[in-house]
Design a protein around this ligand. Sequence first.
Ligand SMILES: [Zn+2]
Length: 287
Amino acid sequence: MLVSAKEMLQKAKAGKYAVGQFNINNLEWTKAILLTAQENNSPVILGVSEGAGKYMCGYKTVVGMVNGMLEELKITVPVALHLDHGSYEGAMACIEAGFSSVMFDGSHYSIEENIAKTKELVDLTSSKGISLEAEVGAIGGEEDGVIGGGEVADPNECKMIADLGVTMLAAGIGNIHGKYPENWAGLSFDTLDDIQKLTKEMPLVLHGGTGIPEDMIKKAISLGVSKINVNTECQLAFAAETRKYIEEGKDLQGKGFDPRKILAPGFEAIKATVKEKMELFGSINKA
Ligand SMILES: [Zn+2]
């Protein structure tokens, strides 16, 4: 059964580790992430962007697929199904469809409007036992066509949003979605420290986990980050292994054209990437 991300993240924050949010795109992605979480006894959050939701036919299809897998793969570790960077309407649709967690990204609104809309969703999600992630300060890079400027959040605005009663808070601290540029300035740990001091027990979320050096990830966790989003890294691993399979001509040998064979190396690559992240985040055996 899907669970809210609240308990797993509060435990992570108290235990100084982080739970990974791994974004899904299809059946292979979802199965790879769920099996890896189960094998490593780790809690996990499945992230679905609005674009990925559309790609998979819609949120009801996603909920049906994930619930079916939890049962048929006998998944017993805590799993949250989470809308990533949701609009207000997207969050409402996911709540309706059976998601156990949603993000409302109001970072592109004025702080007043972000507060007003987030507050409405706090009331709705808390009455249904669904966790809610809010965002202050746009994350740089591109996420499904939404381009953010790589801002650093205002810690006082973070406190205002945290005080509304959200479950977890994403704050821009110089992190970027996708691949990091050569001249990236790194994470702003001073900002993170200020945010944590003001928001106290609030689990903080680090977006754009792909390509942040390991020592920075560990430092961010020590400063209150308890959820880390991973998306691009699984895509790169999947693409590299699929390319290798085709370039080695394996699809031309015997029954190598079988889609289940073609997708197998990429599937294994996602599993390896997810396991590596769970080790780095410290979530193994924390289910
Ligand atoms: Zn993000």
